[in-house]
Design a binder for this molecule. Sequence first.
Ligand SMILES: Nc1ncnc2c1ncn2[C@@H]1O[C@H](COP(=O)(O)OP(=O)(O)O)[C@@H](O)[C@H]1O
Ligand SMILES: O=P(O)(O)OC[C@H]1O[C@](O)(COP(=O)(O)O)[C@@H](O)[C@@H]1O
Length: 313
Amino acid sequence: MIVTVTMNPAIDKTLDVENFTGGTIHRVTKVIQDAGGKGINVSKTIHALGGETIATGFLGGSSGRMIEHALDELHIEHQFVYIEGETRTNVKVVDTTKKGFVTEFNEPGPTVTQRDIQTLTETLELYAGPSTIFVFSGSVPASVDKDVYGFLTRKLRKRQSTVFVDAAGQLLEEAIKAKPFLIKPNAYEITRHFNLSEDVSEETLIDLGKELLAKGVNTIVISRGQEGAIFLDHQRAFKTNGIQVQAHSTVGSGDAMLAALAYGLDADIPYEDCARLAIATSAGACTTLGTKPPARELVDELVKDVLIYPLWP
Ligand SMILES: Nc1ncnc2c1ncn2[C@@H]1O[C@H](COP(=O)(O)OP(=O)(O)O)[C@@H](O)[C@H]1O
Ligand SMILES: O=P(O)(O)OC[C@H]1O[C@](O)(COP(=O)(O)O)[C@@H](O)[C@@H]1O
């Protein structure tokens, strides 16, 4: 069973404009609204791949109900905690004159109380067990303690569950201390974690990955946008190529990657094939309009183009 946890969901409002520049008026050529937020995107992608998930987290107000309705329409199981405030709207501006060039405005999100956290914790504990994979991803509203992923990872690991975390900054730092099974920082997030500039060599990225393995994380996937990704665990490391696609919006590609990794592990797919699937699914997500997962047929085509290059031992 795969349980996704989105503490800060969002309606993703994608606006297509031409020649995006700050400080000017743009006529929007297309508007798309999607149920978004990282864990929700993970659930949508697992569903598109043919798997099943339970989406959890916090929802509030009319935006929250829209997200719930969207999940119902997709027949994705969910168990959200309803909070007082309104679920946020994140605006994504796609410059149609520069394919794949997106500017994002992510709101901070509503207030979540300690009592809401307690209710969500109880919900997650109901699903905990050796065959459950929990996927914690995305930011948390400002009112939530930055140790929340760490706290929940510790609790769920005690129940033998597998935990994936996709987060940045202090949230990631605290989560790492709780030794999640897998983390998926992008190159920017991992270099920021070590106070380095993003512009480092591949060798340095591998060394940074090894440092995180030494802290007790089982698998590190460092995603590198169109350059593919580096996969490291305690036995070996390999990298993949990136796949050339006609990108419309790269929003949701990281979530698609995490989804494929959770789906693959849950379905007992061999690790290297999971990596291939993750690259194909995330590249496929770049081709869709708004924050939508790729069709399984497209993923099955793209997977043929993924190459694996061993790095060590
Ligand atoms: N322009 C692109 N073309 C092809 N694949 C892409 C592109 N951008 C992202 N991807 C795929 O999505 C994965 C995640 O993207 P990345 O930007 O690294 O993460 P995040 O979305 O979490 O910031 C990459 O490893 C790659 O497989
Ligand atoms: O929780 P955060 O970090 O604000 O991110 C939320 C945003 O990230 C997304 O999940 C997309 O994430 P990725 O592009 O990293 O896959 C959007 O749907 C959402 O608006």
